[in-house]
Design a protein around this ligand. Structure first.
Ligand code: KMH
Ligand code: ZN
Length: 285
């Protein structure tokens, strides 16, 4: 695995699981999302993993809103804009595929089905292949989301059968500690990174109380970081997260201590094969 001298910090500010009434500081409007994105960029984030909400504050995959979100984040930040194709566990495949028509710089692509608390996050093989191919056609750089070790075998199968993604580089995100997925600890992170394809980069995020063990393990193993209120709303025992920037600032501080400071968005574009300072606005579908 190539050792990076810096750290990619991705912020996942909203997710699809927390309800606004339970988490009043969760960014759900476009204005809140842009404002949190700017704050996070200022303290070290280079990429943003985006789930959007509707007027009712609930998750939506409305294409018009997704396009407006991509445009606003491009205009008002220099972050790499990654849309979630995972959505919420209830979202149909057709809606999840349509996300790609919003032409983000990057999109998530989960490598298999996993129990997700009391729910099931469904990702059939044919659906994964369809996502991969549509991303290739549109020049969108995937981030392969891995919730369990077997999903790394599916990633190898995908690359063997269907070739490299847009940008020619493979980047993986280990999402650890989801109830039903792989545990969020150092031992499991090491097991997972051994299965990451040669030449690929990986980042990791620990859900809930796995946040700190996974962050520290990833940094020490040469991995990158994803943080944000999608994955945790607790900063320390008994203390709620103030905002997403607080989580990014902590990750950036630890990355500096590890002598692998946060990479700027331009450096990350180069590393991951994401085109253009402001993305792929010139690609027509
Ligand atoms: N909300 C989860 C069911 C992704 O963004 O691609 C799926 C998820 C993964 O968050
Ligand atoms: Zn997500």
């Amino acid at each position: 695995m190539p050792q990076s001298t810096g750290t990619i910090i991705t912020v996942a500010p909203t997710g699809a699981e927390h309800a606004k009434p339970d988490v009043p500081n969760l960014p759900v409007t476009l204005a809140e999302l842009v404002s949190t994105a700017q704050d996070c960029e200022r303290v070290g984030a280079a990429m943003i993993h985006v789930h959007i909400r509707g007027e009712d504050t609930r998750p939506t995959l409305d294409l018009g809103r997704l396009k407006d979100t991509v445009a606003a984040l491009r205009e008002q930040t220099n972050l790499i804009v990654q849309l979630s194709t995972g959505g919420a566990v209830t979202d149909p495949e057709a809606d999840r595929l349509r996300v790609l028509d919003a032409l983000p710089d990057s999109a998530s692509c989960t490598m298999g089905t996993v129990n997700f608390g009391d729910d099931v996050f469904l990702n059939r093989w044919e659906f994964i292949v369809e996502l991969h191919q549509r991303m290739l056609e549109r020049g969108i750089v995937p981030e392969y989301e891995i919730f369990d070790l077997g999903q790394l075998s599916t990633l190898r199968r995908l690359l063997d059968k269907h070739g490299l993604p847009a940008g020619g580089h493979v980047h993986v995100d280990l999402v650890m500690g989801v109830p039903g997925g792989m545990p969020g600890d150092a031992e499991t992170l090491v097991a997972a990174m051994r299965l990451v394809p040669d030449g690929a980069t990986f980042s990791a995020t620990g859900v809930g109380r796995a946040t700190l063990p996974v962050m520290l393990a990833s940094l020490s193993a040469g991995g990158h970081l994803r943080v944000g209120m999608e994955d945790t709303i607790t900063y320390a025992r008994g203390e709620r997260v103030k905002d997403n920037a607080q989580l990014v600032a902590r990750a950036a501080g630890l990355a500096r201590i590890a002598q692998r400071p946060p990479l700027a968005a331009g450096q990350v574009r180069e590393l991951l094969g994401v085109k253009g300072e402001k993305g792929l606005a010139d690609v027509a579908v």
